[in-house]
Write a protein that binds this ligand. Structure first.
Ligand SMILES: O=c1[nH]cnc2cc3nc(NCCN4CCOCC4)[nH]c3cc12
Length: 374
């Protein structure tokens, strides 16, 4: 039976780790979930049926990139992002604010929103809470993010407070603009930097807005992992247990294990795809840099126990050759391997929580990385 609305339910807990699922009209999202990043409507170097094949239930699309090129109205005229990119399952889009601040030129931020010039052709744009929700609607996005301000760390408490309070006002405006769309969801984003009291104020104010899901923002911006984890320890207990929690931009496999342990349900990160394009393979024995000359004559596959052909059917020598030669197939095979590894990690995590064995499984997985390459 196809779900008519957006619904999250907890299936099991193990300590503060949670196993759940989100049901939506376009499909079910098994949590904890990892969302491959599909920046410009494509998960770079992958066919969408491969992305599905490694076990992804949902992908992320970037509003900033898509509004600049090919344009949100054009995607809408062509049937929306699912039709355009041939990904019929759920898509989460970010609001564009984070990329504006990290990619665009001549940007100005005020109460109304943010004005900026495209990093592609210098054309002027404005992104307001209302326009961001409008664009995400034009993309036919299933899970839409509020427009927020992610204050870069380190920053003064006053600066962090200013950004957190602005983001709360923008959350209200996004909620109003989003209106009542049962088949879709809009998530708020908790801000507050590395200041527990500001994190608490943000989380409680957003909880009061009764949103369908909650992201934890303002992290993975260069702070030490322990600071990020401390902020999760402050924030997650304040969020509703019956709504999904999404940690934006995270992260490494180790970040994911430790964040799941603190109650996070959803993740996105460019690492597996970006690393694949740079010759780096994620395996259960840690990272393998295929640019390294030590692989030049190695006939062994990356990992014969993997369920991904990229890890079982090709020699390291061949992968090294492809990477050194700058061949497209090098990026394709390593991206495929990396996304398969991340999805297998998530499947491992979900099974461990269901079995009440998350802590032990997490320790085993970490020991595997410590062993180092095969
Ligand atoms: O507060 C936020 N609001 C809206 N979007 C975000 C996206 C975010 N992405 C990161 N971190 C990404 C870190 N990446 C790790 C891999 O290399 C590229 C950067 N932190 C983020 C915070 C926010």
């Amino acid at each position: 039976m196809t779900a008519t609305g957006f619904n999250f339910r907890l299936l099991a807990t193990d300590g503060t780790a949670r196993r759940g699922e989100v049901t939506m009209p376009r499909g079910t999202i098994r949590t904890p979930a990892f969302m491959p990043v599909g920046t410009g409507g494509t998960v770079k170097a992958m066919y969408m049926d491969q992305v599905r094949g490694v076990g992804a239930d949902i992908i992320l699309g970037n509003t900033y990139h898509l509004m600049l090129r090919p344009g949100a109205e054009r995607v809408a005229r062509l049937g929306g992002l699912h039709e355009f990119a041939r990904w019929p399952w759920p898509i989460l889009t970010d609001s564009g604010g984070f990329q504006v601040m990290s990619l665009s030129k001549l940007r100005k931020l005020n109460e109304t929103g943010v004005t900026f010039r495209s990093h592609i052709d210098g054309a002027p744009y404005e992104l307001t809470p209302e326009r961001s929700i409008e664009i995400q609607g034009l993309l036919d996005s299933d899970i839409q993010m509020q427009l927020d301000e992610c204050v870069a760390l380190p920053a003064s408490e006053k600066e962090i407070e200013r950004g957190m309070e602005l983001s709360l006002r923008w959350a209200e405006r996004c909620k109003t603009a989003f209106g009542d769309q049962p088949a879709r969801a809009m998530f708020g984003i908790v801000q507050g930097g590395d200041v527990p009291a500001l994190r608490e104020r943000s989380a409680l104010a957003l909880k009061g807005m009764d949103l369908k899901g909650y992201a934890v923002g303002g992290l993975a911006v260069g702070e030490p992992q322990e600071v990020m984890l401390d902020m999760l320890g402050v924030t997650c207990p304040l969020l509703p247990a019956d709504k999904p929690r999404y940690l934006m931009g995270v992260g490494t496999p180790d970040d994911i294990l430790k964040s799941v342990a603190r109650g996070i349900d959803m993740f996105d990160c460019v690492m597996p795809t970006r690393a694949g394009r740079h010759g780096l393979a994620y395996t259960r024995r840690g990272k393998v840099n295929l640019r390294n000359a030590r692989h030049a004559d190695d006939p062994r596959p990356l990992d014969e126990e993997s369920d991904c052909p990229a890890a079982t059917d090709y020699s390291r020598a061949y992968l090294h050759h492809l990477v050194k030669s700058g061949e497209a197939l090098g990026a394709m095979l390593l991206t495929w391997n990396n996304l398969a590894y991340y999805q297998r990690l998530m499947a491992d995590i979900r099974a461990a929580i269901e079995a009440g064995a998350f802590a032990d499984r997490a320790a085993d997985i970490s020991e595997g990385w410590a062993k180092g390459d095969l």
